[in-house]
Design a protein around this ligand. Structure first.
Ligand code: ADP
Ligand code: MG
Length: 571
């Protein structure tokens, strides 16, 4: 391996030359205490910045094995190191000057969630960070002196301050690891106690604003209704009380503006752990939970929505349903079926984002429009069987229709951001009410979407205009990316929280498209296999190139499904 002195020499020799001479710097260099990798060099000062990495060896990094052996602690520690590293380097971005992206230092900026990221990994005790640097130039002429500042001053300082245990605040590291253990303990407790979610008393659920995920100041802290209060014993915080939501069908009701959607949103995001002071550290939802909603206009490919929709007026098949432009109800039916097929044992539904005709059909309407004329079996009529036979729970925000009282196991009312258990009162009101009319129940039972009797979902990539490996991928923030000529719109995949997750999904789609290019294949088998591969070999296994992007964040299997299911190139 080359030394840092070699690098200094090379820098001197290429100074004032044309920009492409920077390419000679590619390689690894031994610095004091770490190895600097110049993994990819940009072609000109205006192109995407160069990719660098730093690997601090286990001995120098100095983290004890018990800090990183278990996955949840390793991810939390990497996340912490990345935040410290990023904060330190942020002061130095554009301190080195020049044209175009000269002097840019780009380090991944995690939000409130804790996710595994390629920007910082701990591998058997080694600490590895990946980031971007705009190599400085005047016009298109190399300014090696400015790059020298970055490589020999800024980066060494940031590495020293943030990636060596001895230079970190020990109590901060300890707090991060303890929180990770407590959050993990809550996840395990959910399964032991048959709960689908836990919301600790004192949690702060609302966010500062629509554009800030920071906790709202002066918010009303969460308190559980006594009836649903459970006490968990966590390894560090000790006894913690909060609302334990058991499996089954749970309704959240209440007047408008009383905090229903805010509670549901917190539950949606509870599939991930959060950083300290977020307010939702101990809001934990089973990690296969999926938010489902209506999504007019989405494409659907080969989904069996027949338990919900049958006999469409145009005679369209709903056992093997495809469309380029789904309606509110068909899109929501597809979203429900796809979520369940993706392994969700908890569906989260908010009436604010539902197709009303998918959710309920009142009696008067059932009488007026004869059942034979109505293709939709509302979710109301299938949800009970879905839970009882197949163990899929539901948490549903329903402020305007009492129909779900018929099938709910419990009802929580939000009243001025306070929770009340009104299950008993609802039961009382329901006495003497006629039973749920099931006139428009589909002939296909909900069970049709499960098990081996389901026809395998065979799909193929239909129309790549270029050879697979030349297909262009371009990302537009968190919400979408284009793959060849198709745009994959993920803006309604609400549990996707970070644009780095979207980047990961674009790599996933690329990997899947390669397999689907030749012949139709069972898409579920492929997604399961890809998910296992990522778990086993890490996000790195998604990239075949010589360097790994610094901007991949972990995704759940459920989001991989959501992404391929929305890709219009499938046939
Ligand atoms: P709903 O779905 O019941 O109509 P929302 O959840 O949308 O109500 O909440 C309405 C407003 O109240 C939002 O602006 C939200 O930020 C705020 N809010 C929600 N929960 C709290 C709370 N615990 N303390 C203070 N404000 C809250
Ligand atoms: Mg609402």
């Amino acid at each position: 391996m080359k030394s840092q002195t070699d690098l200094e020499q090379m820098l001197r020799s290429i100074d004032h030359r044309g920009y492409p001479a920077y390419k000679d710097l590619r390689g690894s260099y031994q610095f004091v205490g770490y190895v600097l990798g110049i993994d990819h060099v940009q072609g000109d000062p205006f192109a995407a910045p160069s990719r660098l990495s730093v690997r601090v060896g286990k001995a120098q990094a100095g983290f004890a094995p018990e800090m990183y052996e278990k996955e949840h602690k390793r991810v939390a520690l990497s996340d912490h190191l990345l935040r410290v590293f990023g904060r330190t380097l942020a002061d130095y971005t554009f301190q080195a000057k020049g044209s175009g992206k000269s002097g840019l230092i780009g380090v991944s900026r995690p939000g409130q969630e804790i996710l595994a990221r390629t920007a910082c990994e701990i591998q058997n005790g080694d600490v590895l960070v990946r980031f971007e640097v705009g190599f400085p130039a005047n016009g298109r002429t190399i300014n090696a002196g400015e790059l020298h500042k970055i490589l020999f001053d800024y980066i060494p300082q940031a590495v020293k301050r943030s990636l060596f245990y001895k230079n970190l605040r020990a109590e901060e590291v300890k707090a991060v690891l303890e929180l990770a253990e407590d959050e993990q303990a809550v996840r395990e407790a959910l399964f032991e106690k048959g709960l689908v979610a836990f919301v600790a008393n004192g949690a702060i659920l609302p966010r500062e604003s629509g554009v800030s995920q920071k906790p709202m100041k002066n918010a009303v802290a969460f308190t559980s209704p006594k009836e649903f209060e459970v006490e968990l014993t966590l390894p560090h915080r000790g006894a913690v009380k909060g609302m334990g939501i058991p499996s089954g069908i749970t309704l959240i009701v209440g007047g408008g503006y009383h905090g229903k959607s805010t509670l549901l949103k917190a539950l949606e995001q509870g599939v991930y752990n959060h950083i300290a002071k977020d307010g939702r550290e101990l809001v934990i939802t089973r990690d296969d939970a999926v938010k489902v909603r209506a999504e007019d206009g989405r494409a659907v490919k080969h989904v069996n929505i027949s338990p919900f929709i049958s006999d469409l007026p145009n005679g369209k098949d709903t056992v093997d349903f495809s469309t380029e432009d789904a309606s509110g109800s068909t899109s929501q039916a597809a979203n429900v079926v796809e979520a369940i097929r993706a392994g969700a044992k908890l569906l989260l539904i908010d009436e604010d984002t539902c197709a009303t005709n998918f959710m309920v059909r009142d009696e008067l309407m059932q009488q007026v429009v004869s059942p034979e004329k109505e293709p939709i079996t509302p979710f109301l009529l299938q949800a009970r069987e879905l839970y009882e036979k197949y163990g899929v729970s539901v948490i549903l925000v329903a402020g305007s229709s009492g129909a779900y009282f018929h099938i709910s196991d419990r009802v929580i009312q939000m009243d001025n951001y306070k929770t009340l258990d009104i299950t008993a009162r609802v039961k009382e009101c329901m006495e003497g009410e006629p039973p749920l009319e099931k006139l428009s129940l589909s002939k296909t039972p909900i069970g049709a979407i499960f098990g081996d009797e389901v026809k395998k979902r065979m799909v193929k990539v239909g129309r790549l205009e270029k050879k697979y490996d030349e297909v262009k991928v371009k990302q537009f923030g968190k919400d979408s990316f284009s793959f060849g000529r198709d745009n994959v719109d993920l803006s309604f995949v609400e549990q996707l929280l970070d644009s780095e997750q979207t980047t990961t999904l674009s790599y996933c789609l690329k990997a899947l498209a390669e397999k689907l290019e030749k012949a139709p294949q069972d898409i579920e088998a492929l997604v399961e296999e890809l998910d296992k591969q990522i778990r086993r070999e890490g996000l790195a296994s998604l990239c075949k190139g010589s360097y790994l992007p610094a901007t991949l964040a972990a995704v759940r299997k459920q989001e991989i499904y959501a992404c391929v299911n929305r890709y219009r190139g499938l046939i």
